[in-house]
Each structure stands twice: as C-alpha cells, then as structure tokens.
Design a protein around this ligand. Structure first.
Ligand code: ADP
Length: 597
C-alpha cells in the first residue's frame, strides 16, 4: 500500500474526481439539489424583510420600492394579498420545499456513499483474491484485511463529509449574498469581526488538539494494560505481575481522567468563548445599524438573521473540512491499494489441463525478494503414482519448492513442467486443481466440518467424505464434536486442536480429485504413533496420484522412492532411504539422531 504521509492537494483532488466519476449523474443531481436547497433557504430568509415591514406598518402594504417592491410585485402576480398571514404561509411553503430537498440530498448522499463503499469492498476483495501471493507476503495479510474491511468504510465516508461541506458552503454563500445585498458596509464590518474571532479561535483550538492526542494516548495505554491483564492473564499470574500491571493500569487511568477533563473543559470553553464574542458582535451591529446606517427594521432583521445563520457555519465548515481531509487520505490509500492489487494480478496461461502424469523441476532458481537465493538449481521429477520426499533443516527451502509447484510464486530461472509443458502456460486454476497441497498450518473456514472437508470437491457424497475422514483419522475425534459432520468449526477452526486441523486438511486434500498430493509437514502436530497410522493408511490407499512429502520426522518418508536432502536451497543428496543411509551423509546423520530420540 502506498505511503500517504503527506498528501498533495493534486492527489486529493484526483481521488475525489474518481469518486465523482463513479456515478456522475447521481453526483451532479446531489450537487444541484444542494444548491437548490441553499437558494430556497435564501428565499425563505428574505421573507423576514416584508414580514417585519408589514408587521410594523400594521396594515397590508400596496406600494413599495427596492427589494420590498420586487417582493410585492411577485406576490401580487400570483394573486395573493400581501398580508402578514399570507407572508407567514408563504414562508412555510418555501421552507417545506427547502427541507424536503434537504432530506433528498441526505438520502441520495447515503445511497451514493453506501453503494460506493459496497462496490469498493467487493472490488478490493475481488482484486485481492486474484492477486499474487507475493503481494500478501509484502504487505501482510492483516493490513490487507484492514484495507478491505475498514479503510473502504472510511473511504465511503468521504462522500458524506464532502456533501456536507458542500451544503455548508452553499448556505454560507447564500447568507453572505443576503448580507451584502442588504447592507454592504455592515456586512464587511461583520465579516471582519467574525474573521477575527475565527482567527482567535485557532489559538484556543490548537491546544485542544494537543490535549486530544494526550487523551488518545492515555486511552491506548489503558487498553494495552487491560489487554495484558486479560489476554495475558496466565503469564501475568505465572510471573507474579499482578501488582505491577495494576499499578500501571491505575496510572494510565489517572492520566486518562486528567487529560479528558482538561479536553472537555477546553471544548466547552471554546464553545462559550465563541458564543460570547458573537453575541457581543450582534449587539454592536444592532447599535451600529440603527445609529450610523439608518437601516429599516426589516433590513436590520434580515441582516442579523443571515449573520446569525452564518456564524455557526464557520465552525461547522471547519470541522467538516477537517473530517473530509482525514477521510480523503483513507480514500487515496484505498484507491492506491486497489490499483496496486490490480497491477499484481496473477498471470494465468490459457492451456487447459485435466490429468497430469508427471511434474518436473528443471534447474529452478528462486528468491522471494531478490536478496537471498532461496532455491538453487533444483531439479527433480515425479510421476503420478510415485512418491518423493524432501528433508532438511528448517529454512532449507522445502516449503518453497511446493509453493512453486502450486504456482504461489514463479521461478526466477529454470522451469517447472507438467507433462513437459511449463506450468505457467496452463490455466492457473486448472493447474492448481491438479495439486492437493496440505500445509502445516491450514486455514479452517467458518463452516461445518463437512463444509471444510468438501472445499475442493463440493459435489462429494457423504460416503466419500466419510471415507477420506477415515483415512485421515478425522473419524477418531468425530464423537468429541457436538453434531458430527455438521459441527460448526468456528472462526478459523477455533474449536479444533492443531492435530485435528491437520487431519481435516488432509481429508480435504484427499477428497479433492487431484493428481499430486503434496504434504508439507502435514502431520507434524500429531503424536508420532498417530502420525504413523495416518501415513500407513495414506500409503495403503489404492492411489492413482503422486505424493510429494516434506517431513521433519524422517520415519514418515522412509518409503519414498526418492528422498532429496535440501541444504541452503540446494539438493545435497538424493536416493532411497537405504541408499542415503549407506551414503552416511546429512540424511544418515539426521536419521541417527532421530532414531536415538
Ligand atoms: P523450509 O520449508 O525448509 O523450512 P522455507 O521454504 O519455508 O524452508 O524457507 C526457505 C527460506 O525462505 C527461509 O530463509 C525463509 O526465511 C525464506 N522465506 C520463506 N517464506 C518466505 C516469504 N514468504 N517471504 C520471504 N522469505 C521467505
């Protein structure tokens, strides 16, 4: 994900333009409706002028000049008498339309925002599903998850704050126009004073931000300490940390209390300071208006009303723009994330493949990050029906070999062939359907046991499920589950132990109608007698697939046709179990150590 520490204005505008392009007609409708709302607000406000004048005159007015005259003509043209009652009815009508339009703006905005958010989520997940595994290594799955779930929501809120800022700006513009139309000198004077107050407010608000940060920090410490005291409760008790944790918790709570009181004091202080100064300005202007400019009651009334509608908008606009800016950075990040994902799309060939007889590695070299060579000149082959194994110290590159076979990554040099054809020429999904890979730490889906076993073969019958569960020894813990095959496994299989998960994963792979079964430390969490049983039942199966196994416990790969010992990404020896023992190399040494154990 791109770094967005300091976003340029151009990037922000580009991001907003992309949102506008999402549904241009709808976006334009919202903008026009927003403008219309503000315009009606201005019209409604203008009623104050004739209302006050008519009220003061105590009788219907039939003739007037200037603004009042315009109003009068407009009224008479529709044939409505210019009385106080009808003026009040008129303003009620205008305001009804104005707030209905305002409701529509809010409603349409929500539609646009939520649809955009939903689309962004679907698009990012879709792009993530199609992206190379290497991208997940670089960015971390947690960050990617966060981008898909949380960042997209924040990005959608940009629309909310954008529309709100726009509405506020339109309204401010209308109020300003009214003020300047009625009394330009006073408007200038009022603006200068309001501007001055807003400027002063910056000095009051700035420390409030600092205190706000302190509150957030204190809150975080409270959370972290509480986390240690709950999630880490076992170690807290084992290491006698109760008192230490409690003291530090009490201290962070104290800091939270002190800083949040000070934050609240600042907030109410700022609000009251603002209210006080604007009220003083109001009375100053009433005096100024009457004594120096000789405004009529109607003119002064509409002017003051416009000014007082305007003044809270200034601070509202401030906070809306602040929020908008914050959310635009999420938007820029999410859009950048989506672009990156799209660029890192997995490449697929277009050859179809239905049955693979032989896979081969031909001088394969590979490194994850161009820094360290992880595989050097790996060459081996295995037929369907054959059995090869990789052994070696951890970090030697064994898992990498099988990841490459499943096209999680592509080699830097050399070739991986399926029936003599480079595997990147095949359709990637079809190729993967030929390989059943069982990883050491498999993922369990939030589904039933059966749902988890059938992930690679949704059409399997219950009998087939039962058969593979018997081979993988899943049936042995079936009785411990509340509803047998229908038991829900919970988020990432929380209800299963490590060994149970491995057995479910093995059953899953056996059910998948693949040509090569790849076992990457697939039974490492089982105790050794159970591991032997599982191994024996796999080998005893009437199988028509090849096996590629990676094992730490050498006893499980004894029966392989060829065993390859990897060291630092290189095959240092290969042969059958007996041959390797005779060679007295690395394998023999490891085997001797394990046999003693
Ligand atoms: P083994 O299976 O033999 O334990 P691996 O194939 O898992 O070895 O790892 C080989 C080397 O590649 C190790 O140095 C490991 O740190 C590195 N490695 C493994 N996976 C990744 C990855 N996703 N990104 C970067 N380096 C990796």
């Amino acid at each position: 994900m791109s770094d967005t520490g300091d976003l340029s204005l151009r990037k922000k505008i580009e991001a907003l333009a992309r949102v506008a392009r999402y549904n241009p007609k709808f976006t334009a409708t919202i903008a026009v409706l927003g403008g219309f709302t503000a315009f009606l607000e201005g019209i409604g406000l203008s009623f104050i002028w004739p209302i006050l004048e008519v009220a003061q005159a105590e009788e219907p007015i039939t003739e007037a000049g200037g603004f009042l005259g315009m109003f009068l003509t407009a009224y008479e043209s529709v044939g409505i008498p210019f009385t106080l009652e009808f003026l009040i009815l008129g303003v009620a009508g205008v305001m009804t339309v104005r707030f209905t339009a305002s409701f529509l703006v809010g409603w349409f905005r929500a539609i646009l925002q939520k649809r955009y958010e939903g689309d962004l989520r679907t698009k990012t997940l879709n792009a993530a599903l199609d992206a190379e595994v290497g991208y997940f290594d670089e960015e971390g799955s947690d960050d990617i998850l966060n981008s898909i779930v949380t960042e997209t929501r924040y990005s959608g809120s940009t629309i909310k704050f954008g529309v709100r800022s726009m509405e506020t700006m339109f309204l401010a513009l209308v109020y300003l126009s009214v003020m300047f139309y009625v009394a330009p000198t006073m408007a200038l004077f009022a603006l200068t004073l309001l501007g001055g107050i807003t400027f002063l407010m910056r000095y009051v608000i700035e420390p409030a931000y600092t205190v706000g940060n302190r509150v957030a920090e204190a809150n975080e410490t409270v959370q972290q300490t509480a986390q240690a005291g709950t999630q880490g409760i076992r170690d807290v008790k084992l290491f006698g940390l109760t008192e230490e944790i409690f003291d530090s918790f009490r201290e962070s709570v104290r800091q939270y209390v002190v800083s949040s009181i000070s934050l609240e004091r600042n907030k109410v202080g700022v609000q009251n300071f603002y209210d006080l100064t604007t009220t003083l300005v109001l009375f100053g202007l009433i005096y100024f208006g009457f004594v120096f400019t000789g405004l009529s009651l109607g003119e002064l009334g509409i002017f003051l009303l416009a000014m007082f509608r305007l003044s809270p908008l200034v601070s509202r606009l401030n906070s809306q723009v602040y929020n908008l800016e914050g959310h635009i950075s999420h938007l820029v990040r999410t859009q950048g994330f989506l672009d990156e994902l799209t660029q890192r799309k997995e490449e697929s060939g277009d050859r179809t493949v239905s049955k693979v007889e032989r896979v081969e590695f031909d001088n394969v070299r590979f490194s994850y990050n161009d820094e360290e060579q992880v595989l050097r000149d790996i060459t081996f082959g295995v037929e369907r029906g054959g059995f090869v194994a990789f052994v070696g110290q951890s970090g030697a590159g064994k898992s990498t070999v099988v990841s490459l076979l499943a096209r999680m990554y592509d080699p830097d040099e050399g070739e991986i062939l399926g029936d003599g054809v480079p595997i990147d020429e095949y359709d990637i999904d079809e190729w993967r359907s030929r390989i059943a890979l069982v990883r050491q730490d498999p993922f369990m889906f939030n589904d039933s046991l059966e749902g988890n076993v059938t992930v690679g073969n949704r059409d399997a019958s219950r009998e087939e499920v039962e058969r593979v569960c018997e081979i993988a020894k899943v049936d042995e813990f079936l009785d411990d589950l509340p509803n047998g095959y229908e038991s829900e496994l919970g988020d990432d299989g929380v209800r299963l132990s490590g060994g149970q998960r491995q057995r479910v994963a093995l059953a899953r792979a056996l059910l998948k109608d693949a040509d090569f079964l790849v076992l990457d430390e697939a039974t490492s969490d089982l105790d050794s007698s159970l591991e032997k049983e599982v191994q024996a039942s796999i080998e005893a199966m009437d199988r028509d697939y090849g096996i590629i196994a990676i094992a730490h416990r050498l006893s499980t790969v004894k029966n392989a046709d060829t065993i390859y010992t990897l060291e630092d990404g290189e095959v240092v020896e290969s042969g059958s179990h007996e041959e390797l023992l005779e060679d007295e190399g690395e394998y023999a040494e490891l085997y001797a150590i394990q046999s003693k154990g």
